[in-house]
Design a protein. Structure first.
Length: 334
């Protein structure tokens, strides 16, 4: 084995060791009674939350819709996952010391299979909790299921579930990438380590991109407004709020987002679609807004956005109305 194979194993061992110090996954539940959200962290050996009452609050929500309570002690994976990870770390160090390339490739193959099985097990866990419901629950809707999303955000009745990998999850992904690198030279012996590391960097960049704090494209005709729960249909008025933690809320109109922001005292970034540029989200702080009875909007606020003040002034001159910036518009909606 050359030094690059040893380096891949050592980096894989370091990456796996991070799973003992950081959560693998984060699940966030937001409901009217918990507007700030309940954050649940899934570690390699435990389940915690943003407060000491997180699991209690999650189980209260689960009770109303018939989901089983979450008891970490009853989840066997939390008992044997640390042993599996510890064993893989030890093998990576031992195989790196021995220096046999085929041992490194065996390690990479095992890591590949374990990563797949771990993700599949997580999916089954979510499926079980979301589908095996108590028919005698206070809220029981025939045919309704509550499986959280594997990755992303999903609306479940009147609450929102968001599921994203945490630092430990990305570290596990990095260990998988380094495991793949151990096989790289078997198929392309002439490729230098720079190309392999570039591939690892690209994979890491892709994973980080999935947690981007920028706006997301609105799926018109499919996405629901986070405030009024109506389907978002008009591409001239779609709006988004990106919280300080990167969570995204979509709205069918500027007035819905402004009312939501005022009621929740929301911070973060706000994006609006300019009336003359459908499907293009822009930062609300950089836009000008017109309230005019001649320009109806989805929820009756008569609010439209424009990317420059001269455009907005021209609209006011032609259609009449009031010109405001984002801060003034929020104050106007109070």
């Amino acid at each position: 084995m050359n030094n690059y194979g040893r380096l891949a194993l050592i980096l894989a061992a370091i990456s796996l060791s991070l799973t003992f110090f950081f959560p693998l996954w984060t699940i966030i539940l937001e409901a009217p009674q918990y507007p700030e959200g309940i954050e649940m962290y899934i570690w390699i050996n435990k389940i915690t939350g943003s407060s000491e009452y997180t699991l209690q609050n999650v189980n209260i929500l689960n009770h109303y819709i018939g989901m089983k309570p979450i008891h970490p002690d009853s989840i066997p994976e939390l008992k044997y996952f640390p042993w599996i990870a510890g064993g893989m770390i030890a093998l990576a160090i031992i195989f790196a010391a021995i220096g046999n390339i085929w041992l490194a490739r065996i390690w990479g193959s095992i890591m590949f299979v374990l990563a797949f099985l771990g993700l599949y097990d997580f999916y089954l866990w979510e499926y079980d909790y979301g589908h095996n419901l108590d028919p005698n629950a206070p809220i029981s809707i025939p045919g309704m299921t509550y499986q959280p999303p594997f990755i992303g955000t999903k609306y479940l009745l009147n609450f929102v579930a968001t599921s994203l990998p945490n630092v430990g999850g990305f570290a596990l992904g990095a260990a998988w990438v380094f495991g793949v690198i151990t096989w790289h030279h078997f198929f392309k012996r002439t490729v230098r380590i720079g190309a392999a590391m570039a591939g690892a960097a690209a994979a890491a960049a892709a994973m980080l991109a999935s947690c981007s704090t920028g706006p997301q494209q609105i799926a018109y005709g499919e996405d629901l407004c986070a405030y009024c729960e109506m389907t978002i249909t008009d591409s001239r008025f779609g709006s988004e709020h990106v919280t300080d933690k990167g969570r995204i809320y979509k709205f069918d109109s500027i007035e819905c987002m402004a009312d939501y922001a005022n009621e929740q005292n929301a911070t973060g970034a706000f994006y609006v679609t300019c009336f003359d540029k459908p499907n293009e989200l822009q930062n609300a702080d950089n836009c000008s807004f017109v309230i005019s009875k001649q320009i109806p909007s989805p929820m009756g606020g008569f609010i439209s956005a424009y990317d420059t003040e001269p455009k907005a002034i021209s609209v006011v001159e032609q259609a009449g109305g009031e010109l405001l910036n984002w801060k003034a518009l929020r104050e106007r909606r109070l």
